[in-house]
Design a protein around this ligand. Sequence first.
Ligand SMILES: *Cc1c(COP(=O)(O)O)cnc(C)c1O
Length: 433
Amino acid sequence: MLQLGKSEKAFEEAKRYMPGGVNSPVRSYRSVGSNPPFISSASGSRIYDIDNNEYIDYVLSWGPMILGHANPEVIASLQEAIPRGTSYGAPTLLETELAKKIQAFMPSMEMVRLVSSGTESTMSALRVARGYTGRDRIVKFVGCYHGHSDALLVKAGSGLATFGVPDSPGVPKGVAENTITLPYNDIDAITKLFNEIGDTIAAVIVEPVAGNMGCVPPVPGFLEALRTLTKEHGSVLIFDEVMCGFRASSGGAQKLYNIKPDLTCLGKIVGGGMPMAVFGGSAKIMSEIAPSGPIYQAGTLSGNPIAVTSGLATLSILQRDPTIFKQVEEATKTLCEGYERLAAQYNVPVVVQRVGSMFTVFFTDKPVHNFDDASQCNEAHFKIFFHHNLSHGIYMAPSPYESNFVSICHKHSEIERTLAVAEEAFKIISNHV
Ligand SMILES: *Cc1c(COP(=O)(O)O)cnc(C)c1O
């Protein structure tokens, strides 16, 4: 059985110094009613805690580690970079190289700006959209999470839903007022809104594959409708591909569904595990940013040489061997099909949703198209599944409203082991009902 003595102690101490003992809420395990393992190291598909437990990791730092933890080539490039200094606050060759590489994966990103977190990237993309259009209103979808900036912390996804907080104190009413929220995948709702007030909307921001209410693909026609409506009304279409960017396909959701957004936000994989994110898109819009245009945006550590090195090394490996995307997707598919087969065998109502190498096991009997559907899921079943996994060395997201991820290091034998543990969990759940 799982021993977490040192982690329990560490958590008690951490709680005295940090709110809830953590630096990001979902890490606290509050929604699964237990305490989190404290991590000491990670390598390949494995993550280790301070009690010397070893887990097969499907969280992967919430997505970034598609090459597995501590990829030798990425680590070597960091070791080479660090002695040259960790920050200059001045231009480097690396930044242009990374910008070119990003454009090779996503041609819609004609110009980019590097920032330090996904939150910063979506916040800045919105300012650019508002500055460019001269309009204030934005549209987001319920259950999509775009980071924690004021304008976007309105009916956001996983973290908030998990904690049952519909909104956050500290977000000014005046800011929230300009954020219109609609159900995800509801083509009629967005069409009606644009017919009424489309000409006052600066931007529509969307996770083109939602990952923050669990993995929810766009229904056919949804992204197409967003593209058509925003174009007709002069609004900016922002794809927040921070999570799905190098997960849905090599070129993200925009390549998979063949839709060209005006602006794209990237994070997670693009930094290869370092704090880095990007926003970018049409040169016409991006040229409005200072110093070439009037819209202000800046960052002391933006384009940090260590973070950029990590991102560059990661993208270089992915570019050199594009079969990586296929391999990771295949492994994810095998896992998801296994979950479906075993759940059916034990009569546990489960819907497994997957796009590329991101997936969620929903404990429900009908497809999940939006946040309402996701919140119908059986949380008791999820908790049994989660805890059985954790105590048998399978590390998954501690919330039913999250996506899980697979890396290139997850071997077939590990997928089999994961499914064997899942089978036991489904057996327990089927006896539970
Ligand atoms: C993770 C995430 C963010 C926020 O990124 P941070 O680096 O945590 O600020 C924004 N959008 C999406 C879609 C994400 O998955």
